[in-house]
Design a binder for this molecule. Structure first.
Ligand SMILES: [Zn+2]
Length: 456
């Protein structure tokens, strides 16, 4: 690839254009937020259809060829516009559905009436992810009539509901989404004034472990002291999953190291609500523990409840265990290691079975090469400071679908959120100053990618 780099003047022109566009971009964002497009089944799905139509109309106005596609789930919007001959192609992802608003009483203003307070726009979807949709629209508007790259916009309608029909959408329409670069605007930045690319996400495994010690439950006075009960055996088994420091004790799992970013114990305690005097678990930097090392949590148990307890040795007990995995870890292999650990640590010869419920891959971007270089440069152009590489401890399950479907594409995970966004919570909000920078970065990115040509 060769790079006809943009001049500082050209970059300043894009900044100025985006600044001029922001009032209308914001007005359009507010219109989207007013549509309560909650994709969860118990909500009115005609609103999701309305929001798909509104997004389709925004893209049509920018000259894209637009279809609303439904493949057994919620409506997604796919729009395309050709770039100059030989220019790279870029696919821009966001989602137009939102999480349920929760209890209205927890909101300081109505969730579907966008409201500005202190430089932030409050509303469900004001950030996640209708601002992602509008960042794409803003980038298109910044280049109206003179788009430097071919652009496909893909706006999903059920990201908050598990992206269940995404595999079918990719199967049926994936050829339209293939591109040199895929920009997924559904994450966020490290802090106000500090941009980030999200380069890793953890994978996950959920499994059910069952323990049996007796043929049937028996009287604890008659048999206790010589026969083990299944609940105690299960608890000892679960306890074997961590070492004394709270590190995961399952052998053979991968682990990595997070970039060194400013994040101290006090902030973690504040954000997590960890009680005074309760230790952090695990070793390594806190971000390494959250983003790059495995974790194991017991998320449910089938045991007799305290209310219904009697003096009985329980014959059976079960627990559901959730593992988070290092970004590069193969989840099927991780499940096998977990299963092997649990079988090997069965206390007192108890009968242990382990059943895989669900697993999903993490994500580790190949965050270098010419396209990533341009992405980093675009963020630096917008913020005046280079982006950091950020991880996310959770998963964005659909990203692995994109990686599998488009192995050749550079996948760039960006977003509009900041640490105060409260996506999915009450009082979700968008920082309007940062949002403009997000729009600038994306508009500059399209220009920079347009200047990249395959080497002759
Ligand atoms: Zn989202």
């Amino acid at each position: 690839m060769t790079d006809d780099a943009l001049t500082p003047d050209q970059i300043q022109q894009i900044r100025d254009r985006v600044a001029g566009l922001m009032p209308q971009v914001r007005a359009d964002l507010e219109q989207l937020v007013r549509i309560p497009s909650v994709s969860a089944s118990s909500f009115d799905q005609s609103q999701v259809a309305r929001s798909a139509e509104a997004v389709a109309e925004l893209l049509r106005r920018e000259g894209l060829d637009v279809d609303i596609v439904v493949e057994g789930g919620r409506p997604a919007v796919i729009g395309h516009i050709d770039g100059p001959e030989g220019a790279p192609t870029v696919t821009l992802y966001a989602h137009h559905d939102v999480q349920p608003p929760g209890d209205d009483a927890d909101w300081d203003s109505s969730p579907f009436e966008p409201t500005e307070r202190d430089g932030r726009l409050y509303g469900r979807g004001a950030a996640d992810d209708k601002a992602g949709v509008m960042a794409h629209v803003a980038a298109l508007r910044a280049h109206a009539g003179n788009l430097p790259v071919g652009v496909t916009v893909f706006v999903e309608g059920e990201e908050e509901f598990g992206s269940a029909s995404l595999p079918q959408i990719l199967e049926k329409h994936g050829h339209r989404l293939s591109a040199d670069a895929i920009v997924i605007a559904d994450s966020g930045n490290w802090a106000i004034g500090e941009p980030a690319l999200t380069t890793t996400l953890r994978g996950g495994v959920r499994a059910v472990v069952r323990v049996q010690t007796l043929d049937h439950s028996v009287h604890s006075g008659m048999y206790g002291g010589a026969a083990p009960d299944a609940v105690t055996a299960l608890i000892r088994l679960l306890a074997s999953l961590h070492d004394e420091d709270g590190n995961v004790a399952v052998k053979g799992l991968e682990e990595g190291t997070a970039a060194e970013l400013d994040y101290d114990e006090a902030r973690f305690r504040e954000e997590s609500g960890l009680l005074d005097g309760v230790d952090l678990i695990g070793t390594g930097s806190i971000l390494t523990r959250l983003w790059n090392k495995p974790s194991i949590t017991t998320i449910g148990m089938d045991v007799t409840s305290v209310d219904k307890a009697s003096n009985t040795l329980a014959a059976r007990a079960a627990a559901k265990v959730s593992m988070r995995l290092a970004p590069t870890q193969d989840p099927a292999a991780a499940f096998e290691l977990l299963e092997q650990h649990l079988l090997e640590h069965a206390p007192w010869g108890s009968k242990v079975t382990v059943e895989l419920e669900e697993h999903g891959s993490g994500f580790a971007a190949e965050a270098d090469g010419p396209i990533y270089d341009e992405a980093r440069a675009s963020f630096a152009d917008a913020w005046g400071t280079a982006p950091v590489d950020m991880g996310v401890g959770g998963s964005i399950p659909f990203i692995s679908d994109f990686v599998a479907r488009f192995p050749e594409a550079a996948i760039i995970v960006t977003g509009v959120e900041d640490p105060d966004t409260r996506a999915h919570g009450a009082n979700e909000s968008l920082h309007l100053g940062e949002f403009e920078k997000v729009c600038v970065a994306e508009a500059v990115l399209l220009a920079r990618l347009g200047a990249l040509r395959p080497a002759r």
